[in-house]
Design a protein around this ligand. Structure first.
Ligand code: ADP
Ligand code: MG
Length: 720
């Protein structure tokens, strides 16, 4: 049985369906958002009073007048049917981290062989999927297992197409009958509101006009791998766990640095273009595509949007990439670390806050006054990140992201901020009372000792920092490639809302009854706060040993290495108070999320442990034994035959021993309770898997490739 896995056919077996090829470029702008039910579309289809009522709901969060719900539903249905939809679904984000949908047809029998297509206001506003199987972390006892989905009018409805039709998707939230959030979207919406409430009083101190609304903005860069599906389905580990549990390092990895930003292979480019056209139709402004560092690794990034929409769109990007890859004989791997020894994948979340008039609050301005405002908000971010390092680490914690964080290619598990030398210099000057005068570092004196001018797009590149200022936004780089960005954005919004609230109170305190100007009061506040929090700023190499030492021992920063270390902090006293104070999650809701994180961690590693055992026992060990038997049949016991036999016996026995240990650990489970089981996985199953892999990877280099049962790294990473 020669198992060289059809390298040629893997490289060739992609097929492009004529119907998806080439959208003429002049039509691309018309294609944009053509499958989105925009406000303009609704306006054209509703009477003026009905539209106004809907607008009030959208803009001021007023409840939708139930008498117009039917009219809106009718307009939606008509639009969707014109687009070819036969079904509709409430589209929501349960605590699994992916999206959920349950389709219902518009079709209803009307007697005597007649059917009508209908969709009522009630069906639009609320649905009750039998969703008792979603994780709820104990929020729903079985007797009240029902949860329901409710239309979120702040995110527009859209059409999802498949080969034989289309579905109207209605973005929704998912909650229990007791009103508790069972999804990732409700806390996100609440955190956006919390941020708005926190920023408004601060902005009005800086003279913003009344009624200015602010929201966080988000642009997420998605990294992913593509491999030929020929190989994917021959790797039980990829199919079961999303990552390779075995695989010797190939002679060539990413050391030649020839893949990054290299020419994109034709097959991949065809796939990307196809995916992008679908994303354009969904109104998702994808902008950038390129090869990433590891062979077979790529990136796609949209232009930033309001963070609620960005979170929905991010889910759709992942979905479209996954489904489209298959059309090209490829599989899209979103796992944080599909291959050992080469870079893993992240999802950099570029975060800022902006007003509804389009002003970016983290953009240093042209005028000194704007710069004081900028420094105020920037200081708030610094304070927030230091106060809540634990939450930032916890919100990106997962079994898969553990392989990436701190693996010397991704930011470390220690949370710190990269500010860049120019901005750091400005803060240092403010803190030391030197103000903004001086010819160095591009600073200009501006006639006042406290008003620095900040170079636009200060901040340079430092890929080793988990949280970097990049000119007019912060980039949170610890987020994992496969995870939903909803919870990380929720945490960012929340912690920064908290810091702004506190700093605004302090600022008001300074202004009260004194004749200090706003500028000098802000300068003083920035100085004090920066001095207090500057330990969180680190512009050096985040991968270095020296940093880990310094961060932990001299600066006292948290180093929460694994998921379990991090999620322990999730519902500490401090965090519980924080989530409650801003009405983002109550104690039960937060506890439920922690419980689910433990549960998912346990299950993920448990599946990996069992898959490792299964593959080693039924594929790898038999390959070694078969080859041994073959060697045994060789008549002439040459030096080579004896040498290979000995080596093989030694490694195969080691594999066998390690496998026995793993089997024991897989069976043990470590206890009854989910926390015990999760710790057992981390402390016993993962190390035992490592040992099995070590022996198996050695075997891969000794066993005849004719007998090797798995596609190798060499094949998976390089055959395109
Ligand atoms: P990189 O050099 O890290 O690849 P880019 O300059 O291409 O970064 O931008 C990365 C992301 O940052 C993009 O999605 C971009 O739209 C987003 N971004 C730019 N400005 C903002 C902002 N004000 N708020 C949020 N995201 C932003
Ligand atoms: Mg980036």
């Amino acid at each position: 049985m020669n198992q060289d896995f059809d390298v040629n056919s893997a490289a060739r077996n992609w097929r492009v369906d004529a119907s998806v090829s080439a959208t003429p470029s002049e039509l691309v702008n018309e294609l944009f958002a053509s499958d989105v039910l925009t406000l303009d579309q609704l306006k054209a289809r509703l009477s003026k009073p009905d539209y106004r009522s809907l607008q009030a709901t959208l803009e001021r969060g007023e409840t939708l007048d139930s008498s117009i719900a039917d009219t809106v539903a009718l307009a939606m249905k008509t639009w969707a049917m014109e687009k070819g939809a036969t079904h509709y679904t409430h589209w929501f984000q349960p605590l699994t981290g992916s999206t959920a949908e349950k389709h219902d047809s518009f079709l209803n029998p009307a007697g005597d062989g007649v059917a009508i297509m209908s969709f009522s206001g009630k069906e639009l506003i609320q649905a009750e999927p039998d969703a008792s199987s979603f994780p709820s972390g104990g929020l729903r006892a079985t007797f009240e297992a029902r949860g329901y989905t409710a239309w979120d009018p702040s995110s527009p409805a859209f059409i999802v197409r498949h080969a034989n039709g289309a579905t109207l998707c209605i973005p929704s939230v998912f909650l229990s009958w007791t009103g508790e959030a069972l999804d990732l979207k409700i806390p996100l919406l609440r955190s956006i509101e919390a941020l708005n409430k926190a920023v408004t009083p601060a902005l009005s101190l800086f003279g913003a006009s009344e009624g200015t609304r602010i929201s966080s903005t988000l642009g997420a860069e998605q990294e992913y791998f593509l491999i030929a599906e020929e190989y994917y389905y021959r790797r039980p580990d990829l199919v079961m766990t999303g990552r390779t549990l075995f695989g010797a390092k190939p002679p060539r990895g990413q050391e030649l640095e020839d893949h990054y930003f290299g020419a994109i292979p034709d097959r991949v480019l065809s796939f990307m273009t196809d995916a992008e056209m679908q994303l354009y139709a969904l109104g998702i402004p994808v902008k950038t595509r390129h090869n990433e560092v590891a062979p077979g690794q790529f990136e796609i990034a949209p232009i930033f949007e309001n963070s609620n929409i960005a979170a929905d769109h991010q889910q759709l990007i992942m979905q479209v990439l996954r489904t489209t890859a298959r059309k090209y004989g490829l599989v899209c791997l979103m796992h944080e670390k599909p291959f050992a020894g080469v870079n893993g994948s992240g999802k950099h979340c570029n975060w800022s806050m902006g007003t509804d008039a389009g002003e970016n609050l983290l953009d240093p301005g042209e005028t000194p006054h704007r710069n004081m405002q900028f420094l105020f908000f920037c200081t708030a971010v610094i304070k927030a990140v230091d106060d809540h390092q634990d939450l930032l680490r916890a919100c990106v914690a997962s079994a898969s992201n553990d392989h990436r964080l701190g693996a010397n290619e991704a930011p470390p598990a220690i949370i710190s901020i990269f500010l860049g030398s120019e901005l750091t210099d400005i803060f240092d000057r403010l803190a030391s009372g030197k103000g903004g005068r001086g010819p160095e570092a591009g600073l200009l004196g501006l006639g006042s000792s406290v008003l620095p001018e900040i170079p636009v797009h200060a901040g340079d590149r430092n890929r080793t920092s988990p949280f970097a200022f990049t000119g007019n936004k912060f980039e949170f780089r610890a987020v994992g490639s496969s995870q939903s960005i909803s919870f990380p954005i929720t945490v960012l919004n929340l912690i920064i809302a908290d810091a702004i609230t506190q700093l605004t109170a302090q600022l008001n305190e300074k202004l009260k009854g004194s004749d200090a100007t706003l500028d000098s009061a802000v300068a003083e506040l920035v100085k004090e706060t920066y001095t207090q929090y500057k330990r969180i700023i680190f512009n050096g190499d985040g991968y270095s040993e020296a940093w880990h030492e310094e961060a932990e021992h001299q600066r006292g920063l948290l180093n929460l290495r694994t998921t379990l270390d991090a999620i322990e902090h999730l519902n500490s006293e401090k965090n519980l108070r924080l989530f409650e104070q801003y009405n983002v999650l109550n104690e039960r809701e937060l506890g439920a999320r922690q419980e689910i994180m433990y549960d998912i961690y346990f299950k993920t590693v448990n599946i990996e442990g069992e898959t490792t055992e299964y593959m080693a026992q039924t594929q790898i060990l038999p390959a070694a034994i078969t080859y041994l038997a073959e060697l045994g049949n060789v008549e002439i016991k040459s030096k080579a035959v004896k040498g290979v036999t000995e080596e093989l016996v030694e490694i195969a026995d080691e594999l066998y021993e390690n496998l026995r240990t793993l089997r024991e650990q897989n069976e043990a489970l470590g206890g009854e309770e989910i926390h015990e089981k999760a710790h057992h996985m981390r402390d016993h199953v993962l190390p035992a898997m490592q040992e099995v892999r070590r022996a198996a990877d050695r075997l891969e280099k000794v066993v005849s490739s004719k007998h090797w049962p798995l596609p190798t790294y060499r094949q998976m990473l390089f055959v395109k």
